[in-house]
Ligand binder design. Structure first.
Ligand SMILES: Nc1ncnc2c1ncn2[C@@H]1O[C@H](COP(=O)(O)OP(=O)(O)OP(=O)(O)O)[C@@H](O)[C@H]1O
Length: 231
């Protein structure tokens, strides 16, 4: 079966131009393949480069070398070489990303924040999907018409998760999607991830919660082993 994500020879070094050009080498020559139905957990100590790798998979960071190929419309697109317009298309239909914190847009109600990716994709049941997810993630209905700016940390995270799952993305990138959640809501997110895997999605995530990791991850990927001079 073809990999949905194929990373090869990926290196990332940050150059701090405001600090005398200091260089921080995060990883070098990193290879990773993720297949449909598989969940890979990025693992390693703080500072290992887990978030940097996850962002590189979403073309948020330009790597210093290497390739990030993702399956889009039946062919592999190299995000390190793709035009901005193509990256927008890949993000619209093929790669979903749940960041740790919701980027709140003023005055946009939670229901619209969640429904937006499905509306943009032209799904006729976008609003129904958004309602179902908000209910499933236990966001009280009285909050659906309000902008999430004033929501609690956990409520904002659940709105963010709902937005990430409103479309059946073939590839899902999850940055600590349960960090601010109580046990009951953590379990809902675990079930959403398991469902995504069951329909064939390739999932890459950072999960600090050991129990969540144990339930969803098929394998751990040690990012630190690709540090320069790593043993
Ligand atoms: N935008 C940036 N500019 C400069 N250096 C950065 C930037 N982002 C990350 N780094 C550096 O890259 C290294 C890896 O950071 P990253 O956030 O990827 O680690 P992490 O494994 O996700 O850590 P944590 O578990 O603490 O979130 C760190 O040394 C960090 O200082």
């Amino acid at each position: 079966m073809t990999a949905l994500i194929a990373v090869s020879g990926l290196s990332k070094e940050f150059v701090l131009h405001t600090q005398g050009g200091a260089r921080i080498a995060v990883f070098e020559g990193l290879d990773l393949e993720v297949r449909g139905g598989e969940c890979v957990c990025l693992h390693g100590p703080s500072g290992a480069g887990k978030s940097t790798l996850l962002r590189a998979l979403y073309a948020n960071y330009k790597p210093s070398a290497g390739h990030v190929r993702v399956l889009h419309d039946g062919r592999h697109v190299d995000l390190t070489r793709a035009e901005p317009r193509e990256i927008v298309e890949v993000r619209r239909r093929s790669v979903g990303y749940v960041s740790q914190f919701l980027r709140v847009i003023p005055r946009v109600p939670a229901l619209d924040v969640v429904a937006e990716p499905a509306r943009t994709a032209g799904l006729p049941d976008a609003e129904a999907r958004a309602r179902a997810l908000l209910a499933r993630l236990n966001i009280p209905e009285r909050l659906w018409s309000l902008a999430p700016a004033t929501f609690s940390g956990g409520e904002q995270q659940r709105v963010n998760v709902a937005r990430g799952f409103v479309l059946d993305y073939p590839i899902l990138l999850l940055d600590e999607p349960t960090a601010s959640l109580d046990a009951a809501n953590r379990q809902v997110v675990v079930e959403l991830i398991l469902q995504a895997k069951a329909r064939g999605a390739a999932v890459v995530g950072i999960f600090h919660d050991e129990q969540v990791r144990g339930q969803v991850a098929d394998r751990l990927f040690e990012v630190a082993s690709f540090r320069r001079n790593a043993a």
